[in-house]
Write a protein that binds this ligand. Structure first.
Ligand SMILES: Cc1ncc(COP(=O)(O)O)c(C=O)c1O
Length: 379
């Protein structure tokens, strides 16, 4: 990728130098352009009535359990959520099999990625990650002078764990991994990832972003919390934004050794989560039937897109998530503009001198409409 994303972020920061940790900067990082095509078009196009297949959002949520909890909790909107934070930490600790001191809540996992970006980027040195991946931690660490060492994904668009281990240097502060990965959707076998942690975490902290883990069938939902339980130098992040459908309510959490949690939490804002977000998360954290509904509907709607790509003989990364990544069959700017005109928002990434489409999975009807519009746009 060209340096356009970094330059864009720097210019965004010039307007907020007095408050480099402000929410505005975090929002800008989250939605920053990831390609020349995106930079050259109006940033965040007007959305009126358009189908949002650009942020990997859940088109069904929040589920009924979360909705009812929010309604019930409105009456407590005048109260600071001190007790509720402790109660949710205890609930999540029990679910994960750790102590409440191993849990740190944030206003979405983006908030936590930024806190970790400060904690590990403050003193310079490098942060390693696969490329392309979700860039927020590295971009934020770069604000504090850290260097982002990128290790390209392999030909199957999977993290190359051997190359990532080999990239660790004396000044490496953190290795960020994402499994399944955004934007590629690919998954690496948990045994490979665990072996990587065994090798690397004694030398350097590993941050594992598991934002899309719940899109896997339950028997495949492995987690690096097993490493945290062994006392390893590993941080796991989770979010309620994806399968739980609470992206607008903003809540996520970290699981790590208490000393690591304390180091990151010192960069947290005051109380970033609202009563409603906490209540919604508490209500749906174990709502297996809602998660199954989303997983099943997502797989069905994703098949509309992958069948279309198969039929057109267009290759794509094997997706285990609610988005699909594939080489752009035509100029990225023309695709973005043409699709927007037809009412569909999507993303274009730059990688290895090529342009790539990332399309989030909406409802079945939205995906049927998408492939029709896409076919017209690229013809
Ligand atoms: C891999 C990954 N991590 C973290 C996030 C941030 O999500 P949130 O801040 O809503 O938890 C996203 C959002 O798309 C993501 O794809």
């Amino acid at each position: 990728m060209k340096n356009n994303r970094r330059e864009w972020i720097k210019s965004a920061l010039r307007f907020s130098l007095a408050a480099p940790l402000s929410a505005t900067v975090v929002q800008q990082l989250m939605a920053a352009p990831v390609s020349g095509a995106e930079s050259s078009l109006p940033h965040l196009p007007a959305e009126g009535g358009k189908v949002r297949l650009n942020f990997n959002e859940n088109p069904y949520g929040p589920g009924e359990s979360a909705r009812q909890a929010v309604i019930r909790t409105l009456a407590e909107g005048n109260r600071y959520p001190f007790g509720e934070i402790d109660a949710l930490k205890a609930q999540l600790a029990k679910k994960e099999g750790v102590t409440p001191e191993h849990i740190h809540l944030g206003a979405g996992s983006g908030d936590l990625l930024c806190q970790a970006g400060v904690a590990y980027g403050l003193e310079g040195g490098s942060i390693i990650s696969a490329f392309p991946t979700f860039p927020m931690l590295m971009d934020y660490a770069a604000v504090f002078k850290a260097r982002w060492d990128k290790v390209n994904v392999n030909d199957q668009l999977e993290h190359d764990y051997k190359a990532m281990a080999a990239a660790v240097k004396a000044d490496t502060k953190l290795v960020f991994i994402c499994n399944p990965n955004n934007p590629t959707g690919t998954l690496v076998d948990h045994k490979v990832v665990e072996a990587f942690c065994d090798e690397v975490s004694p030398k350097v902290t590993v941050y594992a972003d598991e934002a899309y883990r719940e899109f896997l069938p339950p028997e495949q939902q492995h987690t690096l919390v097993t490493q945290v339980k062994k006392g390893a130098n590993v941080i796991v992040s989770r979010t309620f934004s994806k399968i739980y459908g609470l992206a607008g309510l903003r809540i996520g959490y970290l699981i790590a050794r208490p000393d690591i949690i304390r180091n990151i939490a010192q960069y947290a804002g005051d109380i970033p989560m609202s009563q409603t977000a906490i209540a919604a998360a508490a209500a749906c954290a174990s709502d297996e039937s809602f998660m199954k509904m989303v997983r099943d509907k997502n797989a069905e709607a994703r098949a509309v897109l992958t069948s279309y790509l198969d039929q057109k003989k267009m290759w794509y990364g094997k997706s285990h998530t609610n988005f699909v990544f594939f080489p752009a069959p035509k100029d990225g700017k023309a695709i973005l503009a043409g699709m927007e005109q037809k009412g569909y928002l999507m993303r274009i990434w730059d990688f290895k001198g090529k342009e790539w489409c990332r399309v989030s999975i909406g409802t079945l009807d939205q995906m049927k409409g998408f492939v029709k519009a896409f076919d017209e746009t690229i013809s």
